[in-house]
Design a protein around this ligand. Sequence first.
Ligand code: GLA
Length: 381
Amino acid sequence: MTPRDKVFREFNKQYSTTPPWITSSPGRVNLMGEHTDYNDGFVLPMAINYSTWVALRARTDSKVVITALDLDESLEFNLKDFSKKDNSWREYIKGVARAMQEEGYQLSGWEGVFSGNVPIGAGLSSSASLELALARAFSLASDIPWDPAQMSLICQKAENQWVGVSSGIMDQMISACGKENNALLIDCRSLETKQVPLTSDTKIVILDTATRRGLVDSAYNERREQCELVARHFGVKALRDITLDQLEGERGKLDDLLFRRARHVVSGNLRVHQAVEALLAGDNEGLGALMNASHESMRDDFEISREEMDQMVAIAQGQPGCYGARMTGGGFGGCAVALVEDDRVETFQEAVLKLYQERTGLDPKVYVTRATDGTNYEVIS
Ligand code: GLA
């Protein structure tokens, strides 16, 4: 049963009626541009066919009552008076509510259930997918107009301020604004977006290394600070504002580690634009080569890969029909992404699973994905 059908059925069971609304929002995989978003740079993610669904109806009071079906846990709180308690899924709901209220929205209560199939903790943005599905639920229950970019910023704020991760805007923007068969070029400073059609003779394959590292306790925030230090050195707002030539020119004056961190980001922004050009030209080899170069940059300059990830990427790159592969997401574990010729996806999948298992003893997963629409809702009754 799909999570969509599950939320429909369970809502029925719990409330003895059909839900008036079902909202959904997808996870994402990023094709190019890692750790560039919080440097006001560019990214090229796509929304994937794995989502979080919420079935809900409005209440007449100011309470929110929600059951996490996959965990069999629930939460009830009053929108007029709530505070932070733990670091569980519950905080995403309260965080989104608080961020919407801080934006000046009057929220009304609602009740419902949610479920999802975005792998959790794998770097595929299960949290952004939950946040946006919830924001959509709040906006339906409270009759608030839906503006995808603004709601993305609100959900990012929930994650930054309530949950405590200094993440950028990429995950929320792609979850909100994705479009079927397209990747999305996002200018993370202006929030301007451009849909970029994917090539029809390839598949985007996600390779889960079965290694994990949570964002909160990872070196994510440390990387962010290092980037800010270099921006300050140049007297600019963000690394987005410097060129590779400028950076090279200052090499002697910068600590080598900081130089490499910045080189990853500045070259990463260029690779995003080159990847868009490759996609528009139908140049799979070109895009694949950029993915490989991006992995090297993450491994050697930004140092956010790990041994198992490098193994996975090398195995994928070595398979016939694979144009290129790279780590995707925040780093230190999680998933790689590969661009694979359509006809060879099955043999690719089998070979990667077998070789990775043999070399690492871990139990990887492979998801052959397609690009889907962003945040959505159905009116049921
Ligand atoms: C995480 C963050 C994003 C982005 C990526 C790295 O997914 O949530 O904002 O910084 O890492 O590109």
